[in-house]
Design a binder for this molecule. Structure first.
Ligand code: ZN
Length: 324
């Protein structure tokens, strides 16, 4: 497995109004970075003119693995060969500020803060000379970074994670692996995410958004905890994507179904299912107090709730139907 992990995720250029807003909740995915449900997200991938086979291979990999998310999320990616007008700007080429092994992305619609400036929102700078950059590794990294593009945060940084870190052990593992400073490791591994969220599953150590935790770095409930390199979307990854971007959304102007639970607080449903493959129904909130039924087909039976939280007073902080 590559020693290149997920280097520094740059802080977005947030407007002062957002910077000043207090965090609403501190869990799995930020409400104010969601794309409009049903939207078409334009993804510019540069450089466009890559003559060699490796470049073509990378571009095909981005299209293939990013699109896996859209099997579950009601979104579509349109891949283009320019950053002009793109929502998400992907850089494949090494540069001084993004050397080989730089994998990072802004979250959700925050990508537009970079793309509107003609800068990369997402770095996928694979070294063609690194034999560890197999198709499996490309898939792992691209799936993870496009999880960020959807708006997902790192699973190990959820404030409700049950992890208790051994800081010296974490530093001893991640410093040689990544070359990060202690401050970077604190930010990328240790510190909980402080932004607002819209929905969550139970904590999921098998998530593609989880970093590896080798033995000796952390405990859970007083017991040693470890997890390897997650390579593919977990069942909960698929479900949170489906909950954030539901398939069944009332068209603009139509009346949504009545709320199914306490108004505006939580719209969740049990997800009983037959043996796999299972089809499960879940009520999710598209707008505060206006949950709508969606159907999710998964590889495994659903066994838990998805909690969907109300939006804030921020006008950006709501699901909306339609396309961008
Ligand atoms: Zn990441």
């Amino acid at each position: 497995m590559s020693t290149c992990l997920y280097p520094f995720h740059p802080q977005p250029k947030l407007p002062q109004s957002l910077l000043a807003a207090p965090p609403l909740r501190q869990r799995a995915a930020m409400a104010n970075v969601r794309w409009p449900t049903g939207g078409l997200i334009t993804v510019g991938v540069l450089p466009a003119q890559i003559a060699d086979d490796w470049g073509q291979h990378l571009r095909a990999a981005v299209r293939q693995y990013a699109a896996e998310w859209t099997q579950y999320a009601n979104l579509a990616f349109a891949f283009v060969d320019t950053w002009q007008g793109a929502d998400v700007t992907v850089n494949l080429q090494p540069a001084r500020e993004a050397p080989y092994g730089t994998y990072s992305s802004l979250l959700g619609t925050e990508c537009r803060y970079a793309s509107s400036e003609g800068e990369a929102s997402t770095h996928l700078v694979f070294d063609p000379h690194d034999p560890a950059n197999t198709d499996q590794e490309l898939g792992r990294v691209i799936r993870h970074e496009f999880g960020h593009v959807l708006g997902l945060i790192h699973e190990h940084e959820r404030p409700d994670r049950p992890l208790v870190w051994d800081l010296p052990a974490v530093l001893a593992y991640y410093e040689p692996l990544t070359g990060w400073s202690e401050a970077d490791i604190q930010q990328q591994v240790i510190e909980p995410y402080a932004g607002a969220i819209v929905a969550e599953t139970n904590w999921d150590p098998t998530s593609i958004m989880m970093y590896p935790v080798p033995p000796g770095l952390a405990t859970v409930n007083g017991q040693p905890f470890s997890v390897g390199w997650n390579l593919v979307l977990s069942d909960r990854d698929k479900r949170i994507a489906a909950a954030m971007y539901p398939r069944s959304v009332p068209a603009i102007g139509q009346s949504p179904p009545p709320p199914a639970g306490p108004a505006g607080l939580k719209a969740a449903a049990d997800l009983p299912g037959p043996p796999p493959p299972a089809t499960a129904s879940v009520a999710v909130g598209c707008v505060v107090g206006q949950p709508t039924a969606i159907t999710i087909t998964l590889d495994q039976p659903a066994t838990e709730d998805i909690a969907v939280f109300p939006a804030s007073d921020n006008p950006d902080d709501t699901f909306t139907a339609g396309t961008t």
